[in-house]
Design a protein around this ligand. Structure first.
Ligand SMILES: NC(=O)c1ccc[n+]([C@@H]2O[C@H](COP(=O)([O-])OP(=O)(O)OC[C@H]3O[C@@H](n4cnc5c(N)ncnc54)[C@H](OP(=O)(O)O)[C@@H]3O)[C@@H](O)[C@H]2O)c1
Length: 251
């Protein structure tokens, strides 16, 4: 594939994300607290998470490992940011959540697999075929700023995923109003952290597939945060009125 064709594919993929965003604003994706039995066959929530997240990481690793001659150390470091996130999301997060007996629709798992396959392909193909980062890349401002933002985002994402997970005892599936820290400002600090992470990743990689991954992340997570926020307000009459969904004081 030529570089131009590859770039056009990325623009096309971003356009699809914009369409999906408009759909997700209207239709809440039915997993987690929004899970539904009206979306066909269901599978275990935990298995769903593992199956959803494993393809993206696998495809990226495949392309990087099968194109070793064009790689340099910088490429490996950039890819490792992505892999680091996905090791947690695929192999650790699903085994820590307290969602015993909970299920998600198989169709959601399949849609997420498709998304992760395409995203993983675009990132992996870029890193495997087109990436030519100079050895001095780590001293560039975009790498430093991006790496800091990614790290801060990951810290926030992990910290607030952790807080949410520990609102329940194992075996419990009830919901309570989370309080403290960023929860004083937004309903979904973990999603805010994830948006920071992939913003940082796009800045530190400075390539189109990382940007398209960010566009997809925003297209998924802003509607999800709005749905969570609406759900909280509906479920709890005493839900803090001044709390926003995902961006403090803004949205
Ligand atoms: N990159 C992407 O496109 C993308 C898309 C989606 C999610 N994610 C990431 O995946 C992670 C999970 O996201 P999510 O929206 O599915 O999860 P979430 O609603 O934030 O919940 C995380 C965990 O905490 C539990 N929980 C949440 N609120 C609770 C409450 N008030 N009381 C008790 N337990 C509560 C949830 O249980 P239940 O499952 O039973 O509700 C779940 O196990 C986040 O880190 C998010 O950033 C990324």
């Amino acid at each position: 594939m030529t570089y131009d064709t590859f770039q056009q594919l990325n623009y096309l993929w971003m356009a699809v994300a914009v369409i999906i965003f408009t759909v997700l604003i209207k239709v809440t994706a039915p997993y987690g607290r929004h899970t539904s039995t009206h979306w066909g066959p269901q599978i275990s929530n935990r298995l769903g998470w593992v199956l959803m997240e494993i393809p993206g990481m696998t495809v990226v690793i495949f392309f990087v490992l099968t194109n070793l001659p064009v790689q340099n150390a910088v490429t490996y470091i950039l890819v490792s940011f992505y892999i680091f996130h996905y090791i947690n999301r695929t192999f650790i997060f699903p085994f820590r959540i307290h969602t015993k007996g909970k299920k998600m629709p198989l169709v959601i798992t399949c849609m997420a697999v498709c998304f992760n396959l395409v995203t993983g392909f675009l990132l992996g193909y870029y890193f495997g075929h087109f990436a030519h980062y100079a050895g001095s890349y780590f001293a560039q401002a975009n790498f430093i700023v991006g790496a800091l933002l990614f790290s801060a985002g990951m810290y926030i994402n992990w910290k607030y995923d952790n807080k949410l997970i520990h609102l329940r005892q194992p075996g419990d599936t009830n919901y309570v109003i989370p309080v403290g820290g960023l929860f004083n400002f937004v309903s979904c600090p973990n999603l805010l952290g994830e948006i920071f992470e992939w913003t940082g990743f796009a800045i530190l990689c400075w390539n189109l597939p990382a940007l398209s991954f960010l566009v997809w992340t925003v297209a998924n997570l802003i509607p999800r945060a709005l749905s969570h926020h609406k759900w909280y307000k509906h479920r709890f009459a005493d839900y803090p009125a001044r709390r926003k969904a995902v961006f403090p004081f803004i949205l």
